[in-house]
Ligand binder design. Structure first.
Ligand code: GLN
Length: 494
């Protein structure tokens, strides 16, 4: 019996996989329901750059064949997963929402995506992002402005805005994003879903188009922490194709994270520098209320200090731009990517191809990064930033001597209006003030819904953990979600 796309919309990944295994519905039914929902909603929301009908149906039929043959279809059997369009899928357009890669079809697939397909997942489409993941609103996409499902006049956050919206709108229960300075957590907070950046090294970056290689990390979006844990378990693990992937075993229990009944014995650090004037009062109040709920579950709180977080944005915009200027040098119109049609000499051909292919924000970052790395300025900017980055990391090490996890707001405000910050890059950069330090320190960071503003916009709580303590962070979130229902509220989509 076909699966009604409204019935499908809010099913969890765990429910879908269980239903496919038990033959309540087929993976193909699920794929059809997801694709129907994408067709109905995406003209308005613009979450997808490319919907992959044929590929998802082919993957679904393979899952159904495995089920019919009595084989294990995998933990994501028939589960649609939306993929940020900076993750490569072989022979499938991968644009990074940039004109320079508008027709690029990579000859290989990202390890994280390969693992999803091997686990029975269906890659239903590639989602919109800020060009090369540079931005906090998805407005820097060269193709479309993704809308926030809670209020279509507002941004979904970014850079993984399309992935956050696909999950928030019930098009897919799971999505992949990448987080260099907050690009999973910030849009998760603004769209009212759960978003997780694992520890740097937990997930292979092979096949993720590089932005800032020492900060980039792939992670899941889901509608609850238990589904986020499931996808984290699937994509984690060492990969010979990414030398920075960690050789630690994937944490046990994430595939089916038990919902803890309480948080007795858990010490939560409250970083005083993250509770500052300037944060929207509704955000501050919702986060305080969430801390109250966590205490009610038995957690203890201790004040901690992360004094160098104040320099986080400054450090990030030196390190990330420096790495980006180097990573983006490869788009020269020769190796691959857009090439100018003007008949000019070689050097001018490079320059024109890049001038035509990159958008303003990407150009701004390349210029900043090239400047920070240039001789005479390297010591003053890049090297200094690396030293301050070490201090940010030390702050976390010290804080974690006194607590098991750190809680804070995810963003200083709920979703802002489309166009509100596009003329003011610095205001846009401040959207990540609470998320950037976790990337600099390489620790895991999670965003979960913890309330709504009076205007009905979602607010996010951030939980940061010790290196490789994915299970601890997700476990706290699962206990919180067992007690609250902010994550169960759905936008009215007409
Ligand atoms: N908003 C930040 C930036 O613009 C972070 C982006 C990200 O995490 N990819 O760089």
């Amino acid at each position: 019996m076909p699966l009604d796309s409204n019935a499908y919309a809010w099913m969890s990944a765990r429910e879908i996989a269980a239903g496919v295994r038990a033959r309540k519905f087929s993976a193909e039914d699920v794929a059809q329901a997801a694709l129907a929902r994408a067709r109905a909603l995406d003209p308005k929301l613009q979450a997808f750059v490319t919907v992959l009908d044929a590929l998802a149906l082919e993957q679904a039929r393979a899952v159904d064949a495995a089920v019919a043959a009595g084989k294990d279809p995998g933990p994501l059997a028939g589960v649609p997963v939306a993929i940020k369009d900076n993750l490569c899928i072989r022979n499938t357009r991968t644009t990074c929402s940039s004109k320079i890669l508008a027709t690029y079809e990579p000859p290989y697939t990202a390890t994280a995506v390969e693992k999803i397909v091997a686990a029975g997942g269906l890659t239903i489409g590639k989602t919109n992002l800020d060009e090369f993941a540079m931005g906090s609103s998805t407005e820097n996409s060269a193709f479309a402005k993704t809308r926030n499902p809670w209020d279509a006049t507002r941004v979904p956050g970014g850079s993984s805005g399309g992935s956050a919206v696909a999950v928030a709108a019930g098009i897919a229960p799971l999505a992949l994003g990448s987080d260099t300075g907050g690009s999973i957590r910030q849009p998760a907070a603004l769209c009212g879903v759960t978003g997780f950046k694992p520890t740097y090294g937990r997930v292979s970056r092979y096949g993720l188009v590089a932005f800032a290689s020492s900060l980039d990390q792939i992670g899941p979006f889901a509608r609850d922490a238990r589904d986020a844990a499931l996808l984290t378990a699937v994509i984690s693990g060492q990969d010979p194709r990414d030398a920075t992937s960690a050789s630690l075993p994937v944490p046990e229990g994430l595939l089916d994270l038990p919902a803890r009944a309480d948080l007795k014995g858990v010490r939560l650090g409250i970083p005083k520098e993250y509770f500052i004037p300037g944060t929207d009062p509704e955000v501050a109040a919702a986060v305080q209320e969430a801390i109250g709920v966590l205490k009610g579950l038995g957690a203890e709180t201790v004040e901690v200090s992360l004094p160098h977080s104040e320099y986080g944005i400054g450090v990030y915009y030196l390190v990330a731009t420096a790495e980006a200027s180097s990573n983006l040098a490869r788009y020269d119109g020769v190796h691959y990517g857009h090439r100018t049609e003007k008949e000019v000499g070689m050097v001018e051909m490079y320059a024109r191809s890049r001038a035509e292919g990159f958008g303003d924000e990407v150009k701004r970052r390349i210029m900043l990064g090239t400047y920070a790395l240039s001789s005479g300025y390297y010591d003053a900017y890049y090297l200094k930033a690396q030293k301050v980055r070490a201090l940010v990391k030390q702050d976390f090490e010290k804080a974690f001597e006194r607590c098991d996890a750190i809680v804070s707001p995810t963003t200083p405000t709920p979703a802002f209006k489309i166009g509100e910050k596009t003329d003011d890059p610095l205001a846009m950069y401040l959207s990540d003030i609470f998320t950037i330090s976790a990337n600099l320190a390489a620790v895991p960071g999670l965003a979960i819904p913890c309330g709504f503003s009076a205007a009905g916009l979602p607010i996010g709580l951030q939980v940061m953990g010790k290196h490789f303590d994915e299970a601890g962070v997700l476990g706290i979130a699962a206990a919180y979600q067992a007690k609250t229902d902010h994550h169960a509220r759905r936008p009215a989509l007409g």
